[in-house]
Design a protein around this ligand. Structure first.
Ligand code: UD1
Length: 420
């Protein structure tokens, strides 16, 4: 198993190219099920979650090529409609095939994703919405068995909670349904917006794009032609490297980043004392001399993203004073705290609220990554910790960060990938 060995960084300098967004690419891969043509996707991040979803589609009978961040996916020869446990258990976002498979074939089986490190993460809202669209759904032997032999019907869906993959699933189901679907309380994340924009360019009538009320006119089962797609930049990867600049007091430029997707993150870093130069496709962070503490509440977009909570928690250990970070989306997303405490961080956890007192001197030790974003928090802490830190179980990191150690090495970090 690979691990990372990280030695305290001096100031970092230079630029980092931001990859395509994993969370945008995943629904777009599932969207290929709605197409009769082979779909070309560029700026595709080369990370494990992406190859997992492409393998899932391949197991169903699709073909794909994936090289130099360019993918071509042809789902015209899909023979099977069962997404099996062995793949779904490794990546919850596999649930994204449920809506498109059901809409196209009128039946499918998708393994229930089960628990995950950051909390319960049920899929009840996806299922309830599909039932409202006329599907009959049974859970048997750990599988969601969904049927809609006459096709899905447009319906008025009101999500009780905002769900990102739930919204994407229902948008894709609605695209091939009979009639019109409305979604109230839809997610407005840029990744959902990109899905809507591409479907819209492919002839699906969608109103309300980028708002929480969507209206989608379905094609009554007719597959669509999807033109080439360029995946939007990864706002969470960009946010992570902004934190790397802030924690190491370095000026870094992120090429290909879209600051419009990072308002909440940039504004928290400004509160901490950092300043920015923003252009249409780059962000430069100018670090604070002394970081100020912050208060953060994670919420749905455009508010502060839960996917940046762990990184800011690491950053807050280096701010002068008391920071408070409240996690509102995932009840168990604080597993990185015990690892940061082992490095010397002063963090108290009370329910969903972490109180971080800084500035603390961190010291390197062996730590274990517990989920994707927790991994990057440990790496950020390691960049300023005395001595060497070894981060184990980085298969979590490989799910979502493309060439992280290479990108950090290029700006001067002392970080090595080694084998246990
Ligand atoms: C997506 C992102 C993930 C991010 C999360 C929140 C992808 C592939 N993943 O995950 O990186 O952390 O959004 O921004 O895009 N919920 C239910 N029932 C459901 C669905 C969700 O109760 O049927 C709850 C969840 O437990 C959670 C909240 O709704 O508390 C939001 O979850 P959701 O937006 O669905 O997260 P994901 O789409 O899984």
């Amino acid at each position: 198993m690979d691990y990372l060995s990280i030695t305290k960084a001096n100031t970092l300098h230079g630029s980092i190219n931001i990859s395509g967004s994993k969370n945008a690419a995943l629904p777009l891969i599932a969207m290929c099920i709605l197409a009769h043509n082979c779909v070309n996707l560029s700026n595709m991040p080369c990370v494990k979650d992406i190859s997992t979803l492409m393998t899932l589609l391949q197991n169903l009978g699709s073909t794909y090529t994936f090289k130099n961040n360019q993918a071509a996916i042809d789902t015209s020869k899909i023979l099977h409609t069962k997404a099996t446990y062995d793949i779904v258990k490794t990546m919850r976002a596999s649930i994204l095939v449920l809506g498109p498979l059901l809409a196209r074939f009128g039946h499918c089986e998708v393994s229930l994703p089960g628990g995950c490190a950051i909390g319960q993460r049920p899929v009840d809202l996806h299922l309830k919405a599909l039932e409202q669209m006329g599907a009959s759904i049974e859970i048997k032997s750990g599988y969601i068995q969904a049927k809609a032999p006459k096709g899905l019907k447009g319906a008025d869906i009101v999500f009780d909670k905002i769900t990102v993959t739930g919204t994407a699933n229902i948008i894709m189901a609605a695209a091939l349904a009979h009639g019109t679907t409305t979604i109230t309380n839809a997610a407005k994340e840029p990744e959902v917006v990109q899905l809507c924009e591409i479907l819209s360019k492919s002839g699906i009538k969608i109103e309300g794009i980028a708002t929480s009320s969507l209206t989608i006119a379905g094609t009554s089962g007719k597959l669509i032609e999807i033109a080439p797609v360029a995946i939007i930049p990864d706002r969470i990867e960009a946010g992570t490297y902004l934190c790397a600049g802030a924690i190491t007091k370095s000026s870094l430029t992120l090429n290909g980043a879209n600051h419009e997707h990072l308002h909440a993150v940039i504004s928290k870093l400004e509160e901490m004392g950092c300043t920015f130069t923003l252009t249409c496709n780059a962000i430069t962070i100018h670090p604070a001399k002394n970081l100020r503490p912050i208060n953060i509440v994670t919420q749905e977009y455009p508010a502060f993203p839960t996917d940046m909570q762990a990184q800011f928690l690491a950053l807050a250990t280096q701010a002068n004073g008391t920071s408070i970070i409240e996690e509102r989306l995932f009840e168990n997303r604080f597993m990185h705290i015990s690892e940061l405490q082992r490095m010397g961080a002063d963090i108290k956890l009370n329910g969903h609220v972490a109180t971080i007192t800084g500035k603390t001197k961190l010291s390197g030790t062996d730590v274990m990554a517990t989920d994707l974003r927790a991994s990057s928090a440990l790496i950020l802490a390691a960049l300023v910790a005395d001595k060497k830190t070894t981060v184990h179980r980085i298969y979590h990191l490989d799910r979502g960060y493309e060439k992280l150690e290479q990108k950090l090495q290029n700006v001067g970090a002392d970080i090595l990938r080694l084998k246990e």
